[in-house]
Design a protein around this ligand. Structure first.
Ligand code: HEM
Length: 147
């Protein structure tokens, strides 16, 4: 099996984990939650973070590691740069919920905490970006946007 196929496999598995964890977070989120429940969300969010880093590592290696297509195929493709921008936006959007979960999980496990509407909104925006990125990925992989 070639390195490229393994990298692609890792890239896809990470995407599945990211979609799964974000969907789980969204389904578990309630207007008020105990610190114990928030702690569970923080663990799921940690898995999401690790999968994002591994996805980035696999993506960077596919791009710059001379596996498959040459780096210039991606460097000169504005759709690929759009994909990177969307991924960076995804990362930025996830900062507030992550920090919120990490801060609020500490303390009395039975204490109830109100969840700000911003956390719901940001998770939904992240899920929306996850719907768009695969389309952009499919386009750039076929050379659409190459200049
Ligand atoms: C949530 C984020 C991401 C999603 C959903 C995603 C999705 C995908 C998908 C679906 C493909 C396969 C495209 C195809 O063969 O038709 C792909 C390939 C690829 N991705 Fe990603 N990706 C993400 C992040 C990244 C990042 C951050 C990078 C670079 C740092 C990256 C670099 C690549 C490369 C180089 C390929 C190979 C494209 C080719 O076959 O020429 N991806 N990605």
């Amino acid at each position: 099996m070639s390195t490229e196929i393994i990298l692609r496999y890792i890239h896809f598995i990470c995407i599945f984990i990211i979609v799964g964890t974000l969907t789980a977070e969204h389904l578990l989120l309630k207007k008020t939650m105990t610190r114990q429940e928030i702690s569970r969300l923080a663990k799921i969010d940690g898995l999401y973070g690790m999968a994002s880093l591994l996805l980035l590592a696999a993506g960077l290696t596919l791009w710059l590691g001379s596996n498959g297509k040459p780096a210039v195929f991606y460097n000169k493709n504005w759709v690929f740069h759009l994909k990177l921008g969307l991924f960076a936006t995804l990362g930025i959007l996830s900062i507030y919920p992550t920090v919120f979960f990490l801060k609020k999980r500490k303390g009395d496990p039975a204490e109830t905490i109100p969840i700000p509407g911003k956390v719901f909104l940001l998770l939904r925006l992240e899920l929306l970006l996850l719907l768009i990125i695969p389309l952009v990925a499919g386009l750039m992989a076929r050379g659409i946007g190459y200049r």
